[in-house]
Design a protein around this ligand. Structure first.
Ligand code: FES
Length: 108
């Protein structure tokens, strides 16, 4: 697994990602969705498995699910599963908060 620094500090991430929202991350050719829930960060693929909408345009609900803005399917940020199993799971990625920043782990 290769680790990519996406923020220099937790404070920088807090500033860039409002509570219960998400942003788009581009790492190489990968488009990822980084969501914030209860001051924790989660990273998944950005492309909705249902019909391809960008999940980073969605909101995060109180259960820690990212809600796709197109047809409102809800995916667990932690596990990637859709709440009613209407489509296949999102790929999720490891996030580590270290002294020198926030890192996302992507398998080779
Ligand atoms: S494209 Fe995401 S729910 Fe349909």
């Amino acid at each position: 697994m290769k680790w990519y620094k996406v923020f220099d500090s937790e404070a920088a991430a807090d500033q860039a990602i409002q509570p219960q929202s998400a942003i788009l991350l581009q790492i190489g050719d990968k488009r990822l969705c980084m969501g914030r829930h209860n001051d924790s960060y989660f990273v998944t693929d950005d492309k909705c498995p249902h019909n391809g909408e960008s999940l980073s345009k969605g909101k995060v609900n109180y259960l820690g699910e990212i809600i796709c803005p197109w047809h409102n399917y809800r995916f667990s940020l932690k596990h990637g599963s859709e709440c009613e199993n209407r489509t296949h799971d999102l790929t999720t990625y490891s996030v580590e908060i270290r002294e020198d920043g926030i890192f996302v782990g992507i398998s080779d």
